[in-house]
Design a protein around this ligand. Structure first.
Ligand SMILES: [Cu+2]
Length: 172
C-alpha cells in the first residue's frame, strides 16, 4: 500500500530536491548532501461544528542521503500550521507542538497518523467537509516548501470519539 502510493507521489508533483540541506544535529557533515522528500497519501478529516483545528496525516519519505526536518507549513484554510505529536500524561492523551519540527531520517519515512505525529491546521477559516481537497504547503528544512493536497475523509470513519455521524465509508 505504502509502496504504490509512494510511486504515485514520486510520479506526481510532490517531490522536491534541495542542494543545501542542513540537518541540525550535524550541520557540517550534511551540508553538501541532498534530501529528496515525497509526501504519500495526504489526508485530513471532516471537522465538527465549531471545531477550529484539524489534523492532517500522511507518510513522508526521504530517499535522500541526509536527514530532513518538517518544520511547518501553510494552508489557505488555516490561520497557521503546526507540527504536533501526541503524548500520554496521567492517562490522558495530549497534543504537543514540536517546536523543532519532525525529523525524517535519510532513507527512511515517517508516518503521520491519528494518535501520533500530525500536522495541525490551526484557526480554521472554514469547516473541512468530507470529499474536499485542501491545499497544504509543507516546509522542510532541507527540501524547502512542498505543495500537496489533503483529501478530507469522513470524521466517523477515522475517529469514533469525534462524535460525528460518519455514515460514509472511508476509502483507501
Ligand atoms: Cu494537534
Amino acid at each position: 500500500m505504502i509502496r504504490t502510493t509512494l510511486v504515485a507521489a514520486l510520479l506526481g508533483t510532490t517531490i522536491a530536491l534541495a542542494a543545501c540541506n542542513q540537518a541540525p544535529e550535524n550541520p557540517a557533515a550534511t551540508k553538501s548532501a541532498a534530501t529528496i522528500v515525497a509526501i504519500a497519501h495526504p489526508w485530513s478529516r471532516e471537522t465538527a461544528e465549531g471545531q477550529n483545528a484539524g489534523g492532517a496525516f500522511m507518510t513522508i519519505a526521504n530517499t535522500g542521503t541526509a536527514a530532513d526536518r518538517l518544520t511547518g507549513g501553510s494552508s489557505p484554510v488555516a490561520g497557521r500550521v503546526e507540527i504536533h505529536t501526541v503524548t500520554m500524561e496521567n492517562d490522558v492523551m495530549r497534543m504537543r507542538q514540536l517546536e523543532d519540527g519532525l525529523e525524517v531520517p535519510a532513507g527512511g519515512e515517517v508516518t503521520l497518523k491519528p494518535g501520533s505525529f500530525h500536522v495541525m491546521l490551526m484557526d480554521l477559516k472554514q469547516p473541512l467537509k468530507a470529499g474536499d481537497k485542501v491545499p497544504l504547503t509543507l516546509t522542510f528544512k532541507g527540501a524547502g516548501p512542498i505543495e500537496t493536497e489533503l483529501e478530507v475523509r469522513p470524521a466517523g470513519a477515522i475517529a469514533p470519539s469525534m462524535g460525528h455521524g460518519g455514515a460514509e465509508k472511508p476509502h483507501g
